[in-house]
Design a protein around this ligand. Structure first.
Ligand SMILES: Cc1cc2nc3c(=O)[nH]c(=O)nc-3n(C[C@H](O)[C@H](O)[C@H](O)COP(=O)(O)OP(=O)(O)OC[C@H]3O[C@@H](n4cnc5c(N)ncnc54)[C@H](O)[C@@H]3O)c2cc1C
Length: 400
């Protein structure tokens, strides 16, 4: 079935958002309810336009997450399902493995804690290695101790999302591009610029716009989304073999980000990043992009100021990394000392949809809100792309 720019006037279930999550949810719902009329509405003129095509492309093993959390459970489960799916569909997939490297003594207790979490979460093949083994796995990396997750893989999440879309359409679902949901009318129908959609149920997987849609549809006032820009550097082609797989630092325990890492992408490039800086727009792929509405939302949310007060040192460091490639390269060179500023050129960028509460705490786990009118995914940070097939099961259970 071909994609249209006009939404249908009616359907049984509408899914908002054509990123990897919305597409996985639509696909799952259609598989469970083949006779239901299910449509997916995407604001942009293409699928996977935002986070799902602007990320590190790493299929995480599940080391980091607090045991018992949704992220812990759904990452391990999701990575397993995604591996099988990519194999079945012939999608790009490479088990490059990952080293999480401690370079200073004070990082060792934090690495111990990551090891404990990884074991409790059931990360396959996880082992602790010393300096010699670090050199055997990644000859250019140096450290005191490391965790090696051999099952960590890389893929192209945008292609995975396209494949979910193809499955959904083959089963009879319809996809409507350039169809942003702008609100609801008094009868509960979804409003779009080209007409209203009368639907029995709605599921919102709207990423960077998720808070706005949730509040407009009667959801709770918090958390709100703060856009966190992640910029990358690209290692020059003649130097990119310096790293074979993925090399990560021990992350800052106070921040829900993984720290500046080196990642191979499925096209063979080597990326350094991403940074983590509050952005002036929810689509700040260029660092200078500002949108008044987005900026106002960020600066008027009390949590933003509390976050900056609590993490002023990390915030300044991240801002400096974002504008000074030399500093960012130096961070990566803590893990791979042979890297120098001459080895890098500017790389791509993504913007994370990070939920932040009024008190300034970043919401770490996946968060789904169910209201009378709809189901809203309120926080789907990394590893939501890895977890998409597992997270989808949970959402579909709630819808049906
Ligand atoms: C820099 C960076 C690195 C990352 N690295 C990894 C990684 O290595 N591994 C991993 O697993 N995860 C990673 N992630 C996280 C991962 O990319 C996201 O968790 C995942 O893509 C979220 O998918 P989504 O469908 O919820 O959001 P999105 O892909 O952002 O999709 C949301 C969609 O909703 C649409 N939309 C918005 N408003 C409306 C509206 N009103 N009506 C209709 N449609 C609307 C948008 O246009 C968009 O297409 C990373 C993210 C970033 C930013």
């Amino acid at each position: 079935m071909s994609r249209t720019d006009r939404p249908p006037s009616a359907c049984d279930i509408a899914v908002a958002g054509g990123g990897i999550l919305g597409l996985a949810v639509a696909r799952e719902l259609k598989a469970r309810e083949p006779d239901a009329r299910i449509c997916l509405l995407e604001a942009e003129d293409r699928l996977a336009a935002h986070q799902s095509s602007h990320n590190s492309g790493v299929v995480h093993g599940g080391v980091y997450y607090e045991p018992g959390s949704l992220r812990a459970k759904l990452c391990v489960e999701g990575a397993r399902s995604l591996s099988a799916y990519c194999e079945e569909k012939g999608l790009p997939w490479k088990a490059t493995g990952k080293l999480i490297v401690a370079t200073t003594e004070d990082e060792i207790p934090r690495l111990d804690e990551l090891e404990r979490r990884g074991r409790e979460n059931g990360v396959p093949g996880l082992i602790r290695v010393g300096p010699d083994e670090i050199g055997e796995i990644e000859p250019a990396a140096k450290g005191l101790s490391a965790l090696h997750s051999p099952a960590t893989a890389i893929t192209d999440f945008a292609r995975v999302a396209e494949s979910f879309a193809a499955d959904f359409e083959a089963a009879g679902g319809t996809i409507h591009l350039s169809s942003p949901i702008t609100g609801t009318d008094p009868h509960g129908s979804l409003r779009t610029p080209t007409g209203t959609v009368d639907c029995g149920q709605a599921v919102f997987c709207a990423g960077l716009q998720s808070d706005r849609l949730a509040v407009a549809f009667g959801g709770s006032e918090e958390p709100r989304i703060v856009p966190i820009r992640g910029g990358y550097l690209k290692v020059r082609p003649d130097r990119q073999e310096i790293v074979r797989g993925n090399v990560y630092p021990v992350p800052d325990p106070d921040l829900p980000f993984l720290g500046v890492h080196l990642t191979r992408t499925i096209d063979g490039s080597l990326l350094i990043g991403p940074t983590a800086m509050i952005a002036g727009a929810r689509d700040a792929y260029e660092i200078s992009r500002l949108r008044r509405r987005d900026l106002r939302a960020t600066v008027t949310w009390p949590g933003t100021w509390q976050l900056m007060r609590n993490h002023w040192r990390a915030s300044l460091g991240e801002a400096a990394n974002s504008i000074r490639p030399k500093r960012l390269t130096a961070e990566a060179a803590r893990l791979v000392p042979g890297l120098s500023p001459a080895d890098v050129v500017p790389g791509p960028a993504g913007v994370r949809a990070q939920a932040l509460d009024r008190q300034g705490s970043l919401v770490e786990d996946f968060l789904i809100e169910v209201t009378d009118a709809a189901i809203h995914v309120r926080n789907a940070p990394s590893p939501a792309a890895t977890s998409s097939l597992a997270l989808t099961g949970l959402i579909a259970d709630r819808v049906l």
